[in-house]
Design a protein around this ligand. Structure first.
Ligand code: ADP
Ligand code: MG
Length: 233
C-alpha cells in the first residue's frame, strides 16, 4: 500500500538547515496497523506529513497504492489525498460551529454527495464509533474522547485506503486513550490500513508493528509479539 525509499527531508530557516529525515526506507502492506515511535523532535510528524501528501520530501520516492507521489500539482495532490487518505490529529481539528453529524459529513459534502444520502452515511459512521446519540451536539459539548471519535468517523467517511493518525491519543487521559485505540483496532480488524504516530510505548503496543525513529533514521522495525487489547491494559 505504501513504499518509501531513501526519503530525505530538511528544513531551512535562513542560513540554517536541519536534516530531519536522513534516508527512510519502509513499506506498509494493505491491512497493517503500524505505529511510528520516537521521542519528540525525531521527525515522526514530518514523515507522516509526507505520507499524507501535506508536505514533500527533498529526495527519495514514495508510492501510494501503486501511484508514484512526486511533483504533483496541488489540485491533483488534493484529489489523491481525498481519495486515498483519512487524517486523525491530536487536537481533533473538528469544525466548532458544525454539529458532530455535519463534521462527519464534510468529506461527503466535498465529494458532492446530496444532503439526504450524506446525512444517512454520516449517521452510520457516528453509530460505528458509538456516538449516534450525540449527532446533533456541537464539538464543545463533547468530551475529548468523544471529539476524537467524531474525528475518526469523519476520517472514515470517505472510505480512504489508509488512515494516518498523528498522536491520536496525545490530548486524552490514559483510560480514554486505550478506548480510542480499541476503536482503532476494531477498524483495522475490518481491513483498514492504519499508521499511527505516537511517542507512548503503551499506545504503540496496541498496534501490530512498531517502527522506531531516531535521529532521522529507522533504528528498529518489529512486529509486536502480544498486541495489547483494552481488556488487558
Ligand atoms: P516529532 O513529530 O517527532 O516530534 P517533527 O517531525 O515535528 O518531530 O520535527 C522534527 C524536527 O524538525 C524538530 O526539530 C522540529 O523542530 C523541526 N521542524 C518541524 N517542522 C518544521 C518546520 N516547518 N520548519 C522548521 N523546522 C521544523
Ligand atoms: Mg509530532
Amino acid at each position: 500500500m505504501i513504499t518509501i525509499k531513501d526519503l530525505h527531508k530538511s528544513y531551512t530557516m535562513g542560513t540554517n538547515s536541519l536534516h530531519v529525515l536522513k534516508g527512510i526506507n519502509f513499506s506498509v502492506q494493505e491491512g497493517e496497523l503500524v505505529s511510528i515511535m520516537g521521542s519528540s523532535g525525531s521527525g515522526k510528524s514530518t514523515l507522516l506529513n509526507i505520507l499524507g501528501m501535506l508536505d514533500e520530501a527533498d529526495e527519495g520516492s514514495y508510492t501510494l497504492d501503486g501511484v508514484p507521489i512526486k511533483n504533483l500539482n496541488e489540485k491533483i495532490a488534493a484529489q489523491y489525498r481525498n481519495k486515498f487518505l483519512g487524517f486523525i490529529f491530536q487536537s481533533f481539528n473538528l469544525i466548532n460551529y458544525k454539529s458532530a453529524l455535519d463534521n462527519v459529513g464534510m468529506p461527503l459534502y466535498y465529494q458532492g454527495m446530496k444532503r439526504k444520502e450524506r446525512t444517512e452515511k454520516a449517521m452510520a459512521y457516528l453509530e460505528k464509533v458509538g456516538l449516534a446519540n450525540w449527532a446533533h451536539h456541537m464539538p464543545n459539548e463533547l468530551s475529548g474522547g468523544q471529539k476524537q471519535r467524531v474525528a475518526i468517523a469523519r476520517a472514515l467517511a470517505s472510505d480512504p485506503k489508509v488512515l494516518l493518525a498523528d498522536e491520536p491519543t496525545g490530548a486524552l487521559d490514559t483510560k480514554t486513550s486505550y478506548e480510542v485505540m480499541d476503536l482503532i483496532q476494531g477498524i483495522n480488524d475490518e481491513g483498514k490500513t492504519i499508521l499511527i504516530v505516537t511517542h507512548e510505548d503503551d499506545i504503540a503496543h496496541m498496534t501490530k508493528r512498531i517502527v522506531n525513529l531516531k535521529d532521522g533514521l529507522i533504528i528498529d522495525d518489529t512486529a509486536v509479539d502480544q498486541v495489547r487489547a483494552l481488556s488487558h491494559v
